[in-house]
Design a protein around this ligand. Sequence first.
Ligand code: PLP
Length: 368
Amino acid sequence: MDKASQTRAAQLLHHRSAGLKKGDPVSLPIVPAATFHLPEVAGASHIYGRNGMTTWEAVEDQLALLEDAPCVSFPSGMAAISAALMATLKVGAKLIIPADGYYVTRVLSEGFLAPFGVEVVQIATADYASFDFSGAAVVYLETPSNPGLDVVDIAAISLRAHATGAVVIVDNTTMTPLLQRPLDLGADLVVAADTKAPAGHSDVLFGHVAGRDAGLMARVRDWRRLSGAVPGPFEAWQVHRGIETLELRLQRMCASAGVIAERLLAHRAVANLRYPGLASDPSHVISKTQMTGFGFLIGFELEDEARAERFLTECPYIVQSTSFGGTHSSGERRARWGDRVSPGFIRLSVGIEPFEPLWAAMEAALKR
Ligand SMILES: *Cc1c(COP(=O)(O)O)cnc(C)c1O
């Protein structure tokens, strides 16, 4: 993690400190309010719960520090993605999305945006580098892609997409703003599922949109207020608490993932391993220039479905669950969701377990 990210992580822990009055709770209060005292509208800091609530605004302050940009929070990653798409598309617009990205984004685009007259074009993440974006209203990318971990050059794509007049949206869920900064690289909007590493404890869904274009962000904010996709105060509080330890957890997770990737790569039961931090990985060169850490996700193949299922079942320190970025290491066979990967492909999310017992458990499960 670079120095600027470390500074942001330190500021984040103190973002409320300066505003505390004597006797205030140091921890963030949960304020469950649908209505606010409103003798007159002019000058009111809060009006109604769908317009704004103090608890989620505290999370937005944390995220705005991390993103170095205004942030609008949502009750899930998909709610954030929906808002970014609704804010930037209209009838007849062309939307480019990754064919190998998060599958719910594809289902949403094909199932709900296409019937409203949006032209949805799916291309492989690896093909973004050479694709002609002419006529596209939105170029949406996900890097590293989930689950294949292909990486595209955000700065180069943004430059080319902007030249043809498109808006660039980047799903930064797999990296978080501490490890990759799409807005600094030229993207117009970042979307992310804070359900994953930022909240970090597998107990809450949350998402956000960040961007520096005031017009675009006003539309994202309007979409939330008008569609009613608002986070709850308790959920916001959970995320606020989670984000306080994000930098610490990422340090452990990324460090462990780097060593586990190397050891898995050397294991004879493992094939086609992908981790952007490995010098041998096709994504390594770009990753080194646009990421300040290589993340905690590893993709690899075991011989077949049965072998992969056995590994997951027999390793006591890998929780079998979908999703990633939690404190517990977790893994699953992505083919079970219809991802275009081989039946023995496993997406592993490395957690915060002390490293040696984690590796020992994985190695033993691979041996069996
Ligand atoms: C999980 C995920 C989402 C969706 O987030 P939810 O909070 O589950 O709605 C979007 N994009 C990526 C890359 C994800 O991993």
